[in-house]
Design a protein around this ligand. Sequence first.
Ligand code: SF4
Ligand code: SF4
Length: 197
Amino acid sequence: MKLCASASHGIYFNCTQCGKCCSSDSEGYIFVFWNDIKRISTFLKLSYEEFAQKYLNIVEFEFTLWDTNLENTHIQKSMDTLVLNFSLDQNCIFLISIDEIWGCQIYQARPKQCELYPFWSMIMISERNFINHQRICPGFRIKGEEKDYYNPNQIEKLVKIERKIERDYYLKMKEVNFDIFQMYPFLKNVRKFRINK
Ligand code: SF4
Ligand code: SF4
């Protein structure tokens, strides 16, 4: 894996819990995969169907396919996937503010994608994306304490967790001929839409 120039010597990162990555300041979707659905619906004490109806949407997204070593195959595959709903102000539906302090209502059970931020492949291998996210997120530091330092190996390990989740999703979708309704039978009442955020 070739990390972008800014990440290639490691980075300092410490989340300030400002909530910007969960708000309209940030672009993109929050993907939700099977393990996330199980964990969050249990946390919220909802059935899968209730959780999906209330909090999920289906979007079609162009995924990069990763090989068995989780390296880039340079092949893209468009697939339906589940994402969290956004509220009218374009913030994540689970983002709350109490006395101007931002928080996540499902923090202990939040999607793996949220937990891994900013160690996403699209950020750590693209200088342009890295700089964009560095502008949004005050957790990126030029210098910091030793505990906040992530060396290139640690960054790659975290990026590979995300890639593995996406690869597993692709393989499972392939088994059901890329039909998300077969993959998740409880989806029958979930809206399907395509948006470009
Ligand atoms: S934008 Fe960065 S500092 Fe703010 S909550 Fe997200 S990860 Fe933490
Ligand atoms: S689920 Fe929580 S951590 Fe993830 S984007 Fe929403 S508010 Fe942020």
